[in-house]
Design a protein around this ligand. Structure first.
Ligand code: AMP
Length: 209
């Protein structure tokens, strides 16, 4: 199985992608995480990426494609989380996978309303190492991540004005993805408890297993 996950920020796609990759033995690749790792290296590229990510805009397709393709090459079964984010990336990915003779099984689109996105992201803390997220006041900035022990931080791009900017991009770009994946697309309702969404996904993904 080779699938992509997309949905608005805060739709729970990271958490669900993590669960599905374990359930179906898929290599989980999150572009958000790959880019944050690059930022942490503080390389010239990392500094360039930091500026873009912190402003809530999308990183250049060429940079992201290179990060993704170099990883995808190594695995036969994978789940891409946060990529592709636009039509160009989607077409480039299909072209690349065709060359590699590893076509996508399909795309999963997790949906939640905008009001829910803002509610979920405000006060969210993230582990910069493994991507785990928790909400204040249950978790505090600087607390050790319950999965890997790294300190939890408030991401700069989880500030309200940046969330709004991310939503604008999301609506503008993902409508093209819905159309593009059309007959390879499964739409999953992201509302409800994490376990409820997991059950919906497990059932949906079983068709590609
Ligand atoms: P995420 O953790 O998926 O919400 O991504 C955090 C940020 O990383 C986004 O707001 C973008 O700036 C950048 N990013 C992640 N994935 C991509 C992508 N596929 N294309 C361009 N930028 C991306």
């Amino acid at each position: 199985m080779r699938i992509i996950f997309f949905g608005p920020p805060g739709s729970g796609k990271g958490t669900q992608a993590d669960r599905m990759s374990k359930r179906y033995n898929l290599h989980h690749l999150s572009t958000g995480l790959l880019l944050r790792e690059e930022i942490q290296k503080n390389s010239e590229l990392g500094k360039r990426i930091r500026k873009i990510v912190e402003s809530g805009h999308l990183v250049d397709d060429a940079i992201v494609n290179e990060e993704v393709f170099s990883k995808v090459k190594e695995y036969d079964r994978f789940l891409l989380d946060g990529y592709p984010r636009n039509l160009i990336q989607a077409e480039d990915l299909d072209d690349y996978l065709e060359e590699e003779k590893k076509p996508l099984s399909g795309a999963i689109f997790i949906t939640i309303p905008d009001t829910e996105v803002i509610e979920r992201l405000s006060g969210r803390l993230t582990c910069s190492r493994c991507g785990f997220t928790g909400k204040q006041p249950m978790y505090h900035s600087g607390d050790a991540c319950i999965r890997c022990g790294t300190a939890l931080i408030e991401r700069n791009d989880d500030r309200t004005e940046v969330i709004e900017q991310r939503l604008v991009h999301y609506h503008d770009l993902t409508k093209h993805l819905e159309k593009y994946y059309n007959d390879r697309l499964l739409i999953i309702d992201g509302m409800g408890t994490v376990d409820q969404v997991t059950l919906r996904l497990e059932e949906a993904l079983s068709i590609w297993e």
